[in-house]
Write a protein that binds this ligand. Structure first.
Ligand SMILES: [Zn+2]
Length: 250
């Protein structure tokens, strides 16, 4: 399972913005390799090693403007994780790299994605990190976001992607008891040794600006090739979590 963030010609300094031309090359490559791109729920119901799910975290407007037409061209659908408080707004929750702001999907665009067969998942209300979140805040971030998305877009929301991929035991249990069936996170140690993931724990590997077609293929494979990509992602996440910690101390 692959996760993108921004697909935008307006590049920032970070790793998570992929140019639309690069995105198209990647989708064309995946199609030529025989992969069929379906929604996360569809994949969970009918999985095989040639079916994959493309996800987009944060729900930027560029997903509609650039990624959606490409996926339509290749008869593919995807899953987008929405930050409910930021629908139609700029990403003021994020660090502002190089003074560039990105707009989040507005309601109209989300409706059109849903009508085209896309799945929506929750990426919380506020995108605040939830490592030490109390019960009330958890109800707000997970429960409320699910209810609002379901009411607005008339789709049952079964997937939750916590901000920054952080899944604690508490978040996992709460998400599950709230009706989420697919909990997406980075699970840094789940793919090594004896610590295998549970059925509802979904590992998604992020596609970065620096990824090649070969590294994308490794992310979809098994064994050592996959572990190598998981390790790369763990390093990037460790660095971004360290940035988060430093920022919160300022
Ligand atoms: Zn996010």
């Amino acid at each position: 399972m692959l996760v993108y963030h921004k697909v935008d010609p307006k590049a920032e300094l970070g790793l998570t913005c992929v140019h639309p031309d690069t995105f198209e090359k990647q989708i064309a490559f995946l199609t030529s390799e025989g992969y069929q791109m379906v929604t996360l729920s569809d994949l969970r119901l009918n999985g095989n090693n040639k079916r994959i799910a493309i996800c987009f975290d944060d729900g930027y407007q560029d997903v509609y403007d650039y990624a959606f037409p490409v996926l339509q061209k290749y008869s593919a659908v995807a899953t987008v994780f929405i930050i409910v408080d930021y629908i139609g707004k700029e990403n003021t929750w994020d660090v502002n790299i190089g003074g560039i702001r990105y707009r989040h999907l507005d309601e109209d665009s989300i409706h059109k994605l849903v009508e085209s067969g896309w799945e929506i998942g929750s990426h919380s209300m506020s995108h605040r990190p939830q490592r030490f979140t109390g019960r009330r805040e958890m109800e707000f971030e997970l429960g409320q976001s699910k209810k609002i998305l379901e009411t607005k877009f008339k789709q049952i929301v079964t997937a939750y992607a916590p901000p920054f991929g952080i899944v604690t035991r508490c978040i996992y249990d709460y998400a599950f008891s709230t009706g989420y069936q697919n909990i997406c996170g980075f699970f840094p140690f789940r793919y090594y040794a004896a610590s295998k993931p549970k059925k509802s724990e979904i590992l998604r590997l992020a596609v970065y600006r620096t990824d090649s077609l070969a590294s994308i293929k490794r992310k979809l494979s098994e064994g050592n090739n996959l572990y190598c990509e998981v390790l790369k992602q763990n390093v990037v996440n460790f660095c971004s979590n360290a940035t988060l910690a430093v920022n919160s101390l300022r």
